[in-house]
Design a protein around this ligand. Structure first.
Ligand code: SAH
Ligand code: MG
Length: 226
């Protein structure tokens, strides 16, 4: 893993202070160091002139960074989320936030917070939100992508479906980014399914690892094999 770097190189794009502040103020599950790595990767991938895609947006925290990278590159950020929350975000579970529950229906709905986040950051025009289950959207998809960010459900069923449904749409030279990769079971909070997907991507022969920051892994599609 000699090519793996864990710090930000000076040539990498960094978000403007207002964007970083909006990211830090947004509700969600991504620390700043991983956000900076995500932004750098999205900015680089945007140079391919193809859309950037995120699976798992929640309240739009990471989306701010993808949207701003898309804006700068003149491409669109696509987001896929049913906005009903992952297993561990449901009432009674560790990652539940009562503010995400629709008071009328009594079920989670993070779409209003997501939209407020992007509106406040001035980035709404650069995002197309696809509201639905990831495999159902992927089954209809046909456009090549510059960037696929896997941050949806953490069960093997969901993480595997996200990889199988979206990674084949990555253009050559595009970046696959996987969040919550915990090689050591001691560190994991929500399971090791993303780690298993990461191992699978590496074993496919279709990717080369670019960087590792916290639990964020960036892989470049360098060949066929998916
Ligand atoms: N990227 C976000 C965190 C995402 S949390 C941040 O920066 O804060 C995971 C999200 O994945 C949740 O909003 C949940 O609704 C969504 N999700 C889980 N499984 C999904 C599936 N199968 N299809 C679509 N969205 C899913
Ligand atoms: Mg995550």
């Amino acid at each position: 893993m000699g090519s793996v770097q864990t710090r930000t190189a000076s040539h990498e794009a960094t978000p403007a202070p207002a964007i970083l502040a909006a990211f830090e103020a947004a509700k969600g599950f991504m620390p700043v160091d991983e956000g900076l790595a995500l932004y750098a990767a999205a900015s680089e991938a945007g140079r391919l002139g193809l859309p950037l895609l995120e699976i798992g947006s929640y309240c739009g925290r990471s989306t701010i960074l993808l949207a701003d990278a898309a804006r700068a590159a003149g491409v669109t950020a696509l987001t896929v989320d049913h906005h009903r929350g992952s297993e561990e975000q449901q009432p009674g579970w560790d990652y539940h936030d009562p503010q995400t529950v629709d008071p009328e229906l009594g079920v989670m709905d993070t779409l209003p917070a997501f939209r407020r986040t992007l509106h406040r950051a001035g980035l709404e025009d650069h995002v197309v939100a696809l509201v639905g289950r990831s495999p159902r959207v992927a089954a209809l998809w046909g456009t090549p992508l510059a960037f696929v960010f896997v941050d949806g459900g953490h069960t093997d069923e969901h993480a595997t479906a996200d990889y199988e449904g979206w990674a084949p749409h990555l253009a050559e030279g595009g970046l696959l980014v996987i969040h919550d990769v915990f090689p050591d079971p001691v560190d994991e909070f929500t399971g090791q399914a993303p780690y298993r997907v990461y191992l699978r991507a590496r074993a496919s022969g279709a990717f080369t690892e670019v960087s590792a920051t916290g639990s964020l892994r960036v892989l470049r599609r360098t060949g066929p094999g998916l």
